[in-house]
Design a protein around this ligand. Structure first.
Ligand code: BGC
Length: 574
């Protein structure tokens, strides 16, 4: 390969800012779709496959003839694509804590990605998130590294078994960034630029904390032969990770990672210097592929120039390219770049069955007084609340758009549909208007958070009426209370919210996390007692806002100090 061809392999452009002709002309190594990106022709699996093959065909016509790797964030299933099977987000999967379930989810996700042609998944996020105020908390399996030990490896094995490359992200300690007080004050507003102070912030941690908590997921991922590691937007003890010596000393040398080190979205722009200097710093720090959605062409030039001026050793470029090509060969992409998958793999019944099982296992029963649950199947249920009929809310962020969508166009089974399908066959009823309270035996209220993702999801208050909470939560609770009926509250959220002042009014309380497209069916399985609850909290549920900042390292853990301790979860038989 020429130097120009090698430099081309080291960049990744984003759909919308790169064309098949660009890939051909510049020997571009990778293309990706960020959150919410989809083919210009439409958003079906077939549209994605056609787009993939068009890019791949162009790459084969480049001077190197090398295929691209096409990446995407299939972080809870292939959620950018219409009608994908949407699995629970990671905070729920941490509650399930079931390695074989993770393996099945990895396989099912891989099949749906393969059905659209793509090669590379920017997942799993192995952040061991310590502070529930972080807007990416739901992407984490929870506060304990022990859960990473049980889940990360099997998920990656499931994905890569079908030749879909996995990515452990975000290296390292992205789950340990500290909350910024300025941010706290302004947290009532969404799209608050200050919110980025925690997301992409600074992790002030000891070596011990780094090794015992935040490295565990990477060890597991490397043991599973993970193809890629993505560097974090954040800093560690004040130094941005994209230029950090830890990439060489820790990730490559100590942990022995052999795969592709990829930068996060334009994150090298946070390094000192102008763009050319940033590219040089990042490549010399050990980044092999630059996720430069818009500036990929400038990045190629900067690499070439860097080598020509001696600022980047050519061996570093050779090392990077050999890691990239190793993955392309290992995953069979060089051998078979054009894909002809069976489109029936996409949203297959078997995948939805796995997702429904995942819902059943991830939902946590926190209170069940007077055995209000399980519900007899012929119950007359009054179903209220903003989450009761909204699959977009069940699915959360990284669904069709980057920040997710509350609109109903997300395909799946809502809680209303899930309950109705049982009630209708068994002589029960599901009423959805407060006016029908007199006909009901019980009220089920579904409250929670609206969808969000990076930055936007940071929330310093976490009350039922704070920035990420649905604006109708309190009204729905008041309506339920006014009926005087036994009350079951289901919370759809990426993380715990403060419910201390309300819970005395509730007979049962269920944390559903972000259960995804099969949420309604899986929750109905539990409410009507066809299956028992097995989910256990993968995080501590705070009683007061003061407890938000207590990481598991700083905590003086007395179970009674919290609303619910780590690992808590009831069964119907309790
Ligand atoms: C996120 C990554 C994601 C990337 C590509 C970034 O902003 O931090 O997790 O993989 O975008 O969409």
């Amino acid at each position: 390969l020429t130097l120009e061809e090698k430099a081309g392999q080291m960049v990744q452009g984003e759909l919308g800012y790169i064309t098949p002709d660009d890939v051909k002309a510049f020997n571009v190594g990778s293309v990706f779709c960020g959150g919410g990106q989809s083919p210009s022709t439409g958003n079906s699996a077939a549209d994605w496959l056609a787009m993939y093959n068009e890019f791949q065909q162009a790459a084969l016509g480049s001077s190197s003839g090398l295929p691209i790797l096409f990446g995407v964030d299939a972080v809870h299933g292939h959620g950018n694509v219409e009608s994908a099977t949407l699995f629970p987000h990671n905070s729920g999967l941490g509650a399930a804590n079931d390695p074989e379930l993770m393996y099945a989810i990895g396989q099912a996700t891989a099949k749906e990605i393969f059905a659209t042609g793509l090669d590379w998944n920017f997942s799993p996020c192995v952040a061991v998130a310590q502070d529930i105020r972080w807007g990416r908390y739901f992407e984490s399996f929870g506060e304990s590294a022990a859960i990473q030990e049980s889940l990360v490896k099997r998920y990656i094995e499931g994905l890569q078994q079908f030749n879909i490359s996995a990515t452990a992200k975000h290296f390292v300690a992205d789950g340990a960034t500290t909350w910024n007080k300025r941010n706290h004050r302004a947290s009532g507003t969404l799209y608050n630029p200050d919110a980025y102070k925690m997301d992409q912030g600074d992790a002030r941690i000891s070596q011990k904390e780094l090794h015992e908590i935040h490295l565990v997921g990477y060890r597991e991922a490397i043991a599973a032969d993970v193809d890629a590691v993505m560097i974090s937007h954040s800093s560690i003890n004040g130094v941005k990770l994209h230029g950090h010596e830890l990439i060489q000393s820790l990730l490559r040398s100590e942990l022995g990672f052999q795969g592709i080190v990829v930068s996060d979205y334009e994150s090298i722009h946070q390094l000192p210097g102008d763009f050319r200097e940033q590219v040089i710093r990042a490549v010399n720090a050990g980044i092999d592929m630059l996720m430069e959605p818009r500036r990929w062409k400038y990045a190629i030039n900067a690499i070439v120039e860097g080598v020509n001026t001696g600022a980047i050793p050519e061996e570093r470029v050779d090392d990077a390219v050999s890691r990239i090509l190793t993955v392309k060969f290992k995953r069979g992409i060089v051998e078979q770049p054009i894909k002809t998958p069976d489109l029936a793999l996409f949203n297959a019944e078997e995948n939805r069955r796995i997702a429904r099982e995942a819902v059943r296992k991830s939902v946590v029963l926190l209170k069940n007084e007077g055995n209000v649950l399980p519900l007899p199947k012929d119950s007359n249920v009054l179903l209220l609340g903003p989450g009761s009929d909204n699959v977009g809310m069940q699915a959360g962020g990284w669904t069709l758009t980057w920040q997710g969508t509350i609109h109903k166009e997300v395909k799946g089974t809502s809680i209303r549909q899930g309950l109705e399908s049982v009630a209708v066959e068994n002589g029960g009823n599901v009423y959805t208007s407060r006016d029908d309270a007199a006909k009901a035996d019980v009220v089920v209220v579904v409250i929670g958070e609206i969808p969000y993702a990076e930055g936007v999801g940071d929330n310093g208050r976490l009350t039922l009426d704070s920035a990420t909470a649905h604006k109708n939560n309190l009204q729905a609770l008041a309506d339920a209370k006014s009926t005087g009926l036994p009350t079951i509250v289901i919370l759809i959220s990426g993380r715990p919210l403060l419910v201390t002042n309300y819970i005395k009014d509730w007979d049962a309380f269920i944390a559903a996390f972000l259960p995804g497209s099969e949420g309604g069916a899986g929750i109905a399985d539990l409410l009507y007692g066809d299956y028992d609850f097995t989910g256990k909290l993968p995080m501590t549920w705070p009683k007061t806002a003061k407890q938000f900042s207590e990481t598991i390292y700083k905590r003086n853990y007395k179970e009674r100090d919290y609303l619910y301790p780590f690992g808590y979860g009831l069964q119907l038989t309790d």
